[in-house]
Design a protein around this ligand. Sequence first.
Ligand SMILES: C[S@@+](CC[C@H](N)C(=O)[O-])C[C@H]1O[C@@H](n2cnc3c(N)ncnc32)[C@H](O)[C@@H]1O
Ligand code: SF4
Length: 348
Amino acid sequence: MNVAVPPLDLDRPAGHPAPLIDLFARAITYLRVSVTDRCDFRCVYCMSENMAFLPRADLLSLEELDRLCSAFAAKGVRKLRLTGGEPLVRRGIMTLFSSLSRHLRSGALDELTLTTNGSQLGKYAADLKSCGVERINVSLDTLEPDKFRAITRWGDLAQVLAGIDAAQAAGLKVKINAVALKGVNDDELGDLVAWAHGRGLDITIIEVMPLGDIGDDRLGQYLPLSIVRSRLTERFTMEDIDYKTGGPARYVRVQETGGRLGFITPMTHNFCESCNRVRITCTGTLYMCLGQEDAADLRSALRSSESNEPLYAAIDEAITRKPKGHDFVIDRRHKRPALSRHMSVTGG
Ligand SMILES: C[S@@+](CC[C@H](N)C(=O)[O-])C[C@H]1O[C@@H](n2cnc3c(N)ncnc32)[C@H](O)[C@@H]1O
Ligand code: SF4
C-alpha cells in the first residue's frame, strides 16, 4: 500500500514550531485578533441596537492575548491586526500594542496594525505610532454628519474626522474602509473617494456580508460592488494596478485623483483560493474562515500549561480544518444571516 508521508522538517531548529500550511497549500501568515466584542458605536450593518456582549470574565487577559499572538508569530505569522468590536475601547489596550511591538523590533513580525472606527484616535494616535504601527484602517461610510449618526447610531462624525487628523499628524498612513449600503451611501461613494484621495488616503469599498442578526433585512442593505464600480466609472477613470497589502482588496488607480481605490468583494468574487489569514476572538476561539462556523478553542490549550506545546498542537490541528472557502449568499431565499455570529466577534 502506498501511503503519503509528510516530509520531515529536518531544517527546522529545535524549539522552532513548524509553520502553518493548510491542506490547500496556503501559508497562514496573517492573524486578526478581535480584542473585544464591545464598541462605542452600533453600526446598522454590524450590530443590533441591543447587543448582548460577552461577560468580561470570559475574555482573555491582555497577557494571554500577547501569549497567543506571540505563539502565532513563532509559527510564521508576519502580519498582526488588532480589531474588534472597537479595539481602542479595550481598557489597557496600549499595553498590548507596546508589548507586541517587540516582535517588530526582533523582525518576527513585518506589520502590527489595527482596524478602528476612529473615535479614540485623538487619544491614541501618537502612542500607536511609537509602538511601531505604521498603517491603520479607519472605517468611515459617509461624510454627512446626520447620515453618519444614522449608520453608526451612536457615533459623532466630527470626532472621527479629528481622529483621522490626529493619525495623519502622528505620521500614520490611514486607509479608509467604507461599506457600500444600498439607498444609504451609494450616491456618496464617489465623493468619499475624492475626499480620501484629496487627503492622500487610500480607500477601500466593501460589500456588506451576512454576519449576525442585525434586526433588519440584509437584502435591503446589499449592493454588489459591480454596480458601485460601474457607477464610479461615470466619474472616474480607473486603471487596474497590481498593488497588494496582504488583504483581499483588488486595487485600481483613479486617474483624476492619482489615488488608490480598493474593492473587497466577498459576495461577487470569491477570493478564498489565496486566503492567508485566520481570526481569533477575544475569548481565544480560532476561526479558520470568516464565513464558516467551524472553530477551535485555543483558550483551554493556552491555560492548560505554561508550555506553549499544547497551544502549538491545537493551532496545528485547527489549521488542518481550514476550509477551501466560504458559503456566503444574500438573495431572496436567504434573508436570514448566513452565520449567527456578528462581525464584531471575529473582527472585519
Ligand atoms: C467589525 S469592524 C471592527 C473594527 C472597528 N470597530 C471598525 O469599525 O473599523 C471591522 C470592519 O468590518 C466592517 N463590517 C462590519 N460588519 C460588516 C458586514 N456585515 N459586512 C461587511 N463589513 C462589515 C466595518 O465596516 C469595519 O470596516
Ligand atoms: S463596524 Fe466597528 S464601529 Fe461599527 S459597530 Fe461594528 S465594531 Fe463598532
